[in-house]
Design a protein around this ligand. Structure first.
Ligand code: RP5
Length: 198
C-alpha cells in the first residue's frame, strides 16, 4: 500500500468512527444536517478514496448529511445490493457510486433502487479510466446512472446537492451562493488579465 493509499485508508477509518459515533441524531448534529435526506458515497475500493474524499468535502461544505462506505459490485455483491435496496428506507435521497476499471458499482446500485444514482468513473488501470467511463455511462434504457467526469467527485456532490435542493430552499440558496462565488472569481481573473494586457 502506498503512502497516499495509507492516508486515504486512515481517512476512511476516521469516517467509520464518525458513523459509530451516531447513526441517528448525533450524526446529523455532527455534520450540521437539518433533517434533509442523506447522501450515500459508495466506493469500490479504498484506493478510490483519495479522489472520492472531494465529494465528502463538498457535501460537508453544504452541510449535507452523508455516509461513506466501501463496497464492491464484484467483491461484495450481496452487501452492495442490500445497501441499495435499503437506501430509501434508511433515509438516503441520492447515491454516489465511484468505481474504476470494470466499473459496475453505480449500475449495480441503480439496478437495486429507484433513488437517483450518480456514477463517478475512476481513472486508472491499463485503459486509464476509459473502461470505467463507458461501463458507468452506458446503462441500458430505463436504468439511468448520471455519470460525471473521470474522478469527478466534486461535481458528483454538487449534482447530489442540486437534486436535494429541489425540495430545500436553504440548500438552493447555498448553491446560488457557490455559483456567485465562482462568477466573482472569474471576474477577478478577467480583470487581472485585462490589467496585464493594458
Ligand atoms: C474497482 O477496481 C475499484 O473501484 C477501484 O477503482 C479499482 C481497483 O481496486 P483495487 O484493486 O485498488 O482495490 O473495483
Amino acid at each position: 500500500m502506498t503512502t497516499g493509499e495509507r492516508a486515504g485508508r486512515k481517512d476512511v477509518d476516521r469516517l467509520g468512527s464518525l458513523f459509530l459515533l451516531g447513526t441517528g441524531l448525533p450524526f446529523y448534529l455532527l455534520l450540521g444536517g437539518n433533517g434533509m435526506k442523506k447522501v450515500a458515497v459508495i466506493m469500490g475500493s479504498d484506493s478510490d478514496w483519495p479522489q472520492v474524499k472531494a465529494a465528502c468535502e463538498q457535501l460537508k461544505a453544504f452541510s449535507i448529511p452523508f455516509e461513506a462506505h466501501i463496497m464492491s459490485a464484484h467483491r461484495t455483491p450481496e452487501t452492495a445490493a442490500a445497501f441499495a435496496k435499503g437506501a430509501r428506507e434508511a433515509g438516503f435521497g441520492v447515491i454516489i457510486a465511484a468505481a474504476g476499471m470494470a466499473a459496475h458499482l453505480a449500475g449495480a446500485m441503480a439496478a437495486n433502487t429507484t433513488l437517483p444514482v450518480i456514477g463517478i468513473p475512476m481513472k486508472g488501470g491499463a485503459l486509464d479510466g476509459l473502461d470505467a467511463l463507458l461501463a458507468t455511462v452506458q446503462m441500458p434504457s430505463g436504468l439511468p446512472v448520471a455519470t460525471v467526469a473521470l474522478n469527478g467527485a466534486k461535481n458528483a456532490a454538487v449534482l447530489a446537492a442540486q437534486i436535494l435542493a429541489v425540495e430545500d430552499a436553504a440548500l438552493a440558496g447555498k448553491l446560488d451562493a457557490a455559483r456567485a462565488d465562482m462568477a466573482a472569481q472569474i471576474a477577478g481573473k478577467e480583470a487581472k488579465l485585462q490589467a496585464e494586457l493594458a
